[in-house]
Write a protein that binds this ligand. Structure first.
Ligand code: AMP
Ligand code: ZN
Length: 112
């Protein structure tokens, strides 16, 4: 399958890895939008948030516990934002479910 994040998970494309277990992979975003910006993805290919179903509930839940663990590890005690973009108008550019974690500056709300 021609999927950028599947290739990163498989090690075919290099990444700055932060965390990995049997279900989840986390790595720094190549174009950071904040002083801290990393992505947390399921190892199984799910093309986006709109494809989450009963089969993927467990791994999606795990992603959020990995995010909480990494936020502690990276000492993001001042706060952070978790974002997932869906589809064209939602700003999704890579067709493999991913959660952005942004921190290290004041993040505006609502997003642009
Ligand atoms: P989205 O626009 O929500 O689909 O997010 C895709 C994200 O993937 C963007 O923030 C990109 O900067 C990031 N990205 C694209 N290619 C790579 C790569 N090779 N390594 C790390 N992050 C990447
Ligand atoms: Zn994929």
């Amino acid at each position: 399958m021609d999927c950028l994040f599947c290739k990163i998970i498989a090690g075919e494309i290099p990444s700055k890895k932060l965390y990995e277990d049997e279900d989840v992979y986390a790595f720094y975003d190549i174009e950071p939008q904040a002083p801290v910006h990393f992505l947390v993805v399921p190892k199984m290919h799910i093309s986006g948030p709109d494809q989450i179903d009963e089969k993927s509930e467990r791994v999606v839940g795990k992603i959020f516990s990995v995010i909480a663990m990494l936020a502690k590890e990276l000492k993001l005690e001042k706060g952070y934002r978790v974002v997932t973009n869906c589809g064209e108008e939602g700003g999704q550019t890579v067709g493999h479910l991913h959660y952005h974690v942004l921190a290290g500056r004041n993040l505006s709300w609502p997003p642009g």
